[in-house]
Design a protein around this ligand. Structure first.
Ligand code: ADE
Length: 229
């Protein structure tokens, strides 16, 4: 999978994709993330990427031309499954969306800034619009990084223990159970006895019960989606 991210501040994301699991995923050839500076696709001397909104009002709007040029250039080089615009008025990102995008092929993420992009870019090129929550960020970069992280870690081979993504919170609409590591007693607090039993079935049962309890308390809205109740 290749993920291309178009931004006016690509440097903001360099360090994020150069570390940890995301770096390993790229080095092992599972996912390639390529950052594009929108200013490289401008045609004016001032490398202008935005202009005033027609009709007036506060805030600048991102120009259609450099974005169109960048997307067309990428699409002429390879096929893309989705051209995604990160925007607070998009559909809210969740684990299901991450799962389905991780199965597909190449993706383009367009990061909005200022008042957003010229509507004609959305009409002409964008196939999916994603928000990461009901709040407004100063740009789509962090949102694109969040989505790319959630997607890349699901690609088989990226995580060390391939089963670990399956037991994440939200994979079955249940929150993950508590986890413990050594020592078995920390400042007088002991771990649940069952985890030392070596009895796999009992441990799995305990984890499942804990998941249900945690979900009931913290996210009762999810329980209806589990199919268990
Ligand atoms: N750009 C600004 N705010 C955003 C959000 N909440 N989600 C995605 N992109 C954004």
């Amino acid at each position: 999978m290749r993920i291309d991210i178009i931004s006016v501040v690509p440097k903001l994301m360099e360090s994020f994709f150069g570390h940890s699991i995301l770096k390993r995923g790229q080095e092992a050839g599972h996912a390639e993330v390529v950052l594009h500076d929108l200013r490289d696709y401008t045609t004016t001397k001032s490398r202008q990427v935005d202009d005033y909104a027609f009709g007036g009002g506060a805030g600048m709007v991102m120009l259609a031309e450099p974005i169109a040029k960048c997307i067309r250039q990428l699409q002429s080089e390879r096929e893309y499954d989705e051209v995604i615009y990160m925007t607070p008025d998009g559909e809210t990102f969740n684990q299901q969306t991450a799962n389905s995008l991780s199965l597909g092929g190449n993706l383009i993420f367009l990061c909005g800034h200022y008042k957003g992009v010229d509507q004609r870019v959305r009409d002409m090129f964008i196939t999916k619009e994603i928000s990461i929550g009901d709040y407004v960020l100063s740009g789509g970069e962090l949102a694109a990084a969040v989505c790319a992280d959630a997607i890349i870690r699901l690609i088989p081979g990226v995580l060390n223990d391939e089963t670990s993504a399956l037991t994440d919170s939200f994979q079955d609409n249940l929150l993950a159970p508590p986890v413990y590591t050594r020592p078995a007693e920390f400042e007088g607090n002991k771990i649940p006895e069952v985890l030392l039993s070596g009895h796999e079935a009992k441990i799995n049962e305990w984890r499942f019960e804990q998941s249900i309890e945690r979900t009931k308390i913290r996210r009762p809205d999810l329980l209806g989606k589990t199919g268990l109740f």
